[in-house]
Design a protein around this ligand. Sequence first.
Ligand code: CP
Length: 307
Amino acid sequence: MTKLSTKHLLGIKDISTDDINLILTTADSFKEVINRPIKKVPSLRDITIANLFFENSTRTKLSFELAQKRLSADVLNFSSSGSSVKKGETLIDTVNNILAMKVDMVVMRHPNPGAAAFLAKHVDAKIINAGDGAHEHPTQALLDAYSIKEKLGTIKGKKIAIIGDILHSRVALSNIFCLQKLGAEVMVCGPTTLMPKYISSLGVKVEHDLRKALEWCDVANMLRIQMERQDIKYFPSLREYTMLFGLNKDLLDSLSKKIVIMHPGPINRGVEITSDVADSDQSIILNQVENGIAVRMAVLFLLAGRV
Ligand code: CP
């Protein structure tokens, strides 16, 4: 198989395992490219891509832009702050105006779940979801899967614990879909108040004791508490959260085996993870960032259909 069976990348739930494997295999070639002295290839010459960010981002925005530039695409960057969205322009009008400038592909981050799927129905361009509210963040899950495979050799049969604010996390949902499709066992761990009610229906194990989750897993993916999405209090204090669900070096060193530590970023150092854990030799956090470029190059290249 050399072509994706999908026109857009809106989420992991609706793409096939073959599509995921094709993206990961293609990313291997691009990982080699980005480590060459000359890192640029002409694969997407004459393709124009608009990056539309209606919500803050550091890693995803920079990673997509660099991936596009490494592939020789023409890149337009739009951020809703400072744009005519502030004057009341709708999403469809904003995007149609950008598409009138002959744009082939749109990468969009938006605070509303379903925004990327809505766009895919209403505009004639290839859409990549760069995070839609608490729904999905497909390229994060793909780069996480790539990083686990790179570190452990395989994903099949591995035990992955996703720990923290599961309720508000698009990373958790996309990771669950992706890792299960690739044959991993997935556990979620966090306070009861930060677990969605439907979580058991996803076929994951649910644990509320951090030590038990860490003893079970091969990989712990530590998530940030998403204060910006919390309109009520879900736990008494950050201090208490850290005492019960924060990972520190003493706890990590006391486990019966060495586990791999991941974090999608941004990290709240000293809350969900201490600095000595984030920066330890068990952490692959910066490998995730590097792999994000290769994985996004693969997604852009395959969706452009220039195979
Ligand atoms: N992991 C992630 O999506 O980070 P940003 O919000 O900085 O893009």
